[in-house]
Unconditional design. Structure first.
Length: 345
């Protein structure tokens, strides 16, 4: 099992300049590269300080110049917000600039906050349909001289420029949860990204079952890869781990408020949560997160990850957006590299 890093510029207030936060993000990716991580992933989000990445290709092009070996992935681009020709061209350019290090992750999107602003009237069902229409068009465009005459896009034969360095195109990944999404991804020769969020190891096993079922249904397709994304923290002491669980509790409470639009937004930042707001989310109580997320001492984390490797996961992605300050993020990532990664080499 290989490792990757999943991250954004994560902002809750205006105290720290975005320029500094971007420099910190870059340093975390460089640490991951030195630590032998396979990839770094950055997603797409709009108008949300909670996860700043309006065009992940810009971040990845910048990181391509600051790194040498680590693969650079979109985790993920939101298909309904893109035209296929534009998406294929920007992906091709980043693959060229990174000398063939791009991984292209695609999703339907999850935040109604973004749908309302970039695509009014869009719902999750239509967003999923647009993503499923996008994937084969992208594959055709990367091969060249692809035309479209479908319900969402119509254009004459087009070859996006520049063409990717990787042939026939960069590895493509689909963010999947339900069985239909797994089946679509595998049937179209795409790798799969999954996250149980804070649902625990039962969901981790269920997601793998859905993937295996999809692979069995498509014996004509070489088995794709599957990546597991989870919040991770390696602490030196129980006190450090307990504090991490409290920080992750705050992260998930903000995550829920953004997803459900339950808190006032001003200047792209959510009104700060009070302790009573956090306490009102019992599903994210620290003692529950200690069980459902990959947090603990080095030995505890190794044991959890070994169980995921045994299930068949090809890549484990260390989700480092977590309501912690930069020095804490840096410290736990370095501890993961020093005390967890060697158990998998």
């Amino acid at each position: 099992m290989k490792f990757s890093l999943f991250l954004h510029v994560e902002r809750y207030d205006e105290r720290t300049p975005v320029t500094q936060q971007h420099a910190e993000l870059t340093e975390l990716v460089q640490i991951a590269e030195r630590g032998g991580f396979e990839a770094a992933w950055i997603g797409e989000h709009h108008g949300m300080g909670f996860t700043i990445a309006p065009n992940p290709f810009v971040n990845l092009a910048y990181l391509a110049a600051k790194t040498e070996r680590i693969r650079l992935g979109t985790g993920t681009v939101i298909a309904p917000f893109w035209h296929p020709i534009k998406l294929a061209g920007e992906a091709g350019l980043v693959d060229v600039l990174s000398n063939g290090r791009l991984d292209l992750g695609i999703a339907r999107g999850a935040y109604m906050f973004e749908y309302e602003r970039l695509f009014p009237g869009l719902d999750a069902m239509e967003a999923g349909a647009r993503m499923r229409a996008m994937v084969p068009l992208l594959q055709g465009l990367f091969k060249g001289d692809c035309a479209a005459d479908g319900p969402y896009w119509q254009f004459p034969a087009t070859t996006p420029q520049p063409r990717p360095v990787q042939g026939p195109y960069p590895p493509m990944w689909i963010a999947a949860r339900d069985p239909h999404s797994h089946d679509f991804a595998v049937g179209n020769g795409c790798n799969v990204q999954v996250t149980p969020l804070a649902s625990g190891d039962g969901e981790v096993a269920s997601l793998m079952d859905r993937f295996n079922t999809a692979c069995a249904a498509h014996p004509e397709v070489p088995r794709p890869k599957i990546m597991l994304l989870m919040h991770t923290f390696v602490g030196a002491t129980d006190a450090e781990v307990d504090q991490a669980c409290r920080d992750l509790q705050a992260f998930y409470c903000y995550f829920t408020k953004w997803a459900k639009k339950e808190r006032p937004i001003e200047q792209g930042l959510m009104e700060p949560l009070r302790q009573e707001d956090i306490d009102a989310c019992p599903q994210y109580a620290p003692e529950k997160l200690r069980q459902s997320l990959v947090v603990g001492t080095p030995d505890e984390v190794v044991q959890r990850l070994k169980s995921y490797e045994a299930m068949g996961y090809d890549q484990y992605s260390f989700w480092i957006d977590n309501h912690m300050d930069f020095e804490t993020k840096k410290r736990t990532l370095e501890r993961f590299i020093a005390q967890v990664v060697p158990a998998f080499q």
